[in-house]
Design a protein around this ligand. Structure first.
Ligand code: UDP
Ligand code: MG
Length: 306
């Protein structure tokens, strides 16, 4: 059984249409499939609607979370919920922005042996200029900060059971699935599609949530910002050495006023030393952070002679 996992937060405006389209897609799949709606503590009529859809469609299942925990966590909850039953899962947003027909291609890839299939946006024509620009800046920033993400891939993806198990073996609390899935490995494929407009309702990702996702993406993935502090400290100390030399020369030549040399020298040198010390401390914090995460060290993909 393949499960299509759909996190929903206040999505009553779109769910009926989503269900209709997903049910149609399921008819065409080469494997049997079901839909799992995860109601992420919605405050509108999303849950009663899911209950109704569950009666109307044999393939609809639902779980309701007690509290709004956010998109990533809701998706995680859904994946854990079906992990034992599902031979593969497809995660997709409720709003039909991602092309549901790609699910067929993903499942075909899976049938051919793929473990992870990324849905990748070929174009962002329907996004506003602002959204496009911020999204692009986001991917660049993430890469620069040392967290490996797939360009223009959000959370539309297929995971085989073993990839799902590997993902669920991560014990971190700050979830940034787009950064975690590339850590898994296994057989990876990409499927390209054009992202559409939201079918109904409005975005549940205002700028504030986007920013907090970006910050999470960096800080729950990489300790690079900490290392940058150290590098900055070293750079400042180097600059300080130059400044010291220059200030001394000026002092000897008698071009300076009282106190300038000592002030300038200590300013740069002390500043650099503080940054360096912070960076070194940061390195240790980074190590602790990695230990605390308790990430699995490896996943076995194939075995011979079993
Ligand atoms: N979502 C959720 N919990 C939240 C916010 C969003 O489960 O706290 C779901 C939402 O219902 C949708 C998906 O996450 O299925 C993506 O949200 P949205 O489409 O609003 O984001 P956008 O496409 O605007 O970035
Ligand atoms: Mg959306």
């Amino acid at each position: 059984m393949i499960y299509i996992v759909v996190p929903c937060y206040n999505e009553e405006a779109v769910l009926a249409e989503t269900t209709r389209q997903l049910a149609n897609v399921i008819q065409t799949l080469v494997r049997p499939a079901r839909i799992l709606y995860v109601d992420d503590g919605s405050r509108d009529g999303t849950w009663p609607l899911i209950e109704r859809l569950g009666r109307e469609y044999a393939e609809v299942r639902g779980v309701r979370l007690a509290h709004n925990v956010g998109h990533q966590q809701a998706l995680w909850a859904g994946m854990e919920h079906v992990a034992d039953e599902a031979e593969a899962i497809v995660s997709i947003d409720a709003d039909l922005q991602d092309d549901v027909d790609v699910i067929g291609r993903m499942v075909k890839d899976y049938a051919e042996g793929a473990d992870v299939v990324y849905g990748v946006r070929a174009s962002r024509a329907t996004d506003s200029v602002f959204k496009r620009w911020t999204a692009q800046a986001f991917y660049r920033f993430m890469t620069a900060m040392g967290s490996e993400t797939v360009y223009n891939h959000a959370d539309f993806r297929l995971l085989s059971q073993r990839a799902l198990r590997a993902l669920l073996a991560h014990h971190e609390r700050n979830l940034f699935l787009r950064g975690m899935v590339p850590l898994l490995g296994f057989n990876v494929r990409k499927e390209y599609y054009d992202r559409k407009e939201r079918q109904a309702g409005e975005s549940k990702y205002p700028l504030s949530k986007m920013l907090s996702l970006a910050v999470d993406g960096v800080t729950s993935f990489s300790v690079k910002p900490l290392r940058l502090i150290m590098i900055m400290g070293l750079a400042f100390i180097l600059i300080a050495l130059g400044v010291i030399l220059w200030a001394l020369v000026e002092y000897v030549r008698g071009n300076t006023i009282q106190g300038w040399t000592s002030l300038l020298v200590s300013l740069w040198f002390v500043g650099g030393t503080i940054l360096l010390a912070l960076g070194v401390t940061g390195e240790y914090i980074g190590k602790i952070y990695k230990e605390v995460k308790h990430r699995p060290l490896y996943f076995i993909m194939d075995e011979v002679g079993k």
